[in-house]
Write a protein that binds this ligand. Sequence first.
Ligand SMILES: [Zn+2]
Length: 254
Amino acid sequence: MSELQTIKELREKVALSCRMIGNRGVTRGSFGHVSARIPGTDKILIKAKGPDEEALEFAAERDIILIDIQGNTLEAPPGLEAPQETDMHLAVFRARPEVMSVIHSHPDWVVALTACEKPLLPIYAAYNPPGMRLVLEGIPIYPRSVTVVNEELGKDFMRYMGDKKVCFLRGHGMTTAGQSVEEATSISLNAFELARLNYMAYSIGNPKPVPEEDLREYQSRWQKGTRRGDRQESSTGEPSDWRYNKKLLEKAGL
Ligand SMILES: [Zn+2]
């Protein structure tokens, strides 16, 4: 496949991911961005901001601009530019060569939980095992609430995010990293649901983690890697949650 074709397909995926997380309420308005590394290059596609910016749920291919890993804009239509927090995306891409997509969003549940210093607990297992797995793997919290707008802050942020799939930012939102746009989108949606359910449980009383025995059972299933629900290639080559969210977009006319 030519680089142009790769860029075209990846640009469509990044725009789709923006619409998915906007449509599901993971972020609001134009706050947040999805980015993807073009395989084998130091080029990155990222959802743009600027006077002509769109909210994430309405993002189209025009909104996804091309930059390099130094942060220089390579291609962008008039009225659009790299977002202020591009440095956060670049910090993740530079530190972790395996990461192919980064998503930054502003989920309301995360802002409320981090403001009250309520730790995320594995309050469910069977309800959504991939979400429970995120909390077991650890979700660090970046303690500052400033936008990450330069290399120094990007490095500071990475001291907390490290090699994790998701990092919360106190009074701000969350950042996720995956080996594909589909994976980073899935992690964002699962972390959002985890925060939403933790918030609900804390609002009723004192949530308790599910029994240790159940967590161990899931850990043993993951080690075997043979259970239903483990990510498997579908006949279309698309993960089922990605196809589901595409259908939700169609249903919503997005
Ligand atoms: Zn932000």
